[in-house]
Design a protein around this ligand. Sequence first.
Ligand SMILES: *[C@@H]1O[C@H](CO)[C@@H](O)[C@H](O)[C@H]1NC(C)=O
Ligand SMILES: *[C@@H]1O[C@H](CO)[C@@H](O)[C@H](O)[C@H]1NC(C)=O
Ligand SMILES: [Zn+2]
Length: 387
Amino acid sequence: MVSFSTLLSSLVVLESTASAFSVWDPLQRVLGLNDERLIVTSSDETPIVVSEWEKLGLKRRGVHFFDVTEHRSWFFSEDKPVVVPKYNYPTTVEHNQTVNQLITHIDKANLHDNLAHLSSFFSRYYKSDTGKESAEWLFRKLESIVDNSTHPIKVERFKHSWQQFSIIVTIEGSKYPDDIVVVGCHQDSTNLLFPTLMKAPGADDDGSGVTTNLEALRILVNSGFQPETTVQFHFYSAEEGGLLGSLDVFTDYKQKGRNVVAMLQQDMTGYVQKTLDNGVEEHVGVIDDYVNPELTDFVKLMIDSYLTIPWRETKCGYACSDHASALKNGYPSSFIIESDFQYTNPYIHSTSDTLDRLSFDHIAQFTRLVLGYTVELGFHKFKRVDV
Ligand SMILES: *[C@@H]1O[C@H](CO)[C@@H](O)[C@H](O)[C@H]1NC(C)=O
Ligand SMILES: *[C@@H]1O[C@H](CO)[C@@H](O)[C@H](O)[C@H]1NC(C)=O
Ligand SMILES: [Zn+2]
């Protein structure tokens, strides 16, 4: 495998120096990477036509983008929502005792077992057979968790034009069912050298976010959680393809007139080594660009109230993870990550994104955050404050 990887790496180096791109056409075709795609890489929304292969090259260079191929008419239309409503998010905690009680149930052995299973698939690449299998496993896992609920909780597949489906878990609100509070993460993984050929354990990216949310959901269900607003857990497919799964989900929500009042994305919650190696205190990275500032203030309140580590503001750039799909559809969203961006996991998108590099204490901190976020917002009366 080493020599194979080396060969692939040399090809990647060659790719960036090749003047005639057509040299790569046959290889792209053989690997199924020659599809033409339409992407957007910055807030000026200039459409760019690229092949799948070129998309990988951009990602390797750290460029984030929306792949809007399947949503081009909506994305470039005049009436795309530009105003994101402002809501009266809580400015103090009201469910301190409940949340602190729930926090005592966080089980690190559980976090470990779920992440071990998720990262054991050859790859969770969205267009692969194993990516479909991992989605089926996650679906059954979610069904087994909600099985303990005293009231009905829906676990549904959200299908796309590729193999791996997204999953949506819905705990319907008893008083304000139309106000939807979303907790998101992405279930797919990728290997940026050759996604169709190489292993992609994706333990941190984003197995850790999935694991964080699975554990929070398990604890909420077993406590008999019955919120007044609707609370949903989303497990998106194809984030690594350019936010494809979440774009499908949130454009569908927008078309159906659904009212998402808050969306919190968690993408990478487990790696802390580089932070510690630099002599920096363990912390949560709170993204402050391309997010909703009011919701982000509330997220900071949750960290101050329910975690034992502090937060630091950091930037991630345009279209960095699935929260961007929510915001683009006019839904307020926030994004938290394992640390300040400069200390995040350097092994992602490769065969080395493995579980042994992660801290389950750190993942447990993000589970605390989800418990605080869902309970405080689950019993909140939302009002728009900008109209
Ligand atoms: C929250 O609850 C904990 C114990 O459950 C208590 O020690 C703490 O003082 C409370 N904080 C607030 C702000 O009420
Ligand atoms: C369901 O509840 C039972 C009884 O309390 C418990 O033993 C089991 O672990 C729970 N299942 C899950 C998935 O939490
Ligand atoms: Zn990710």
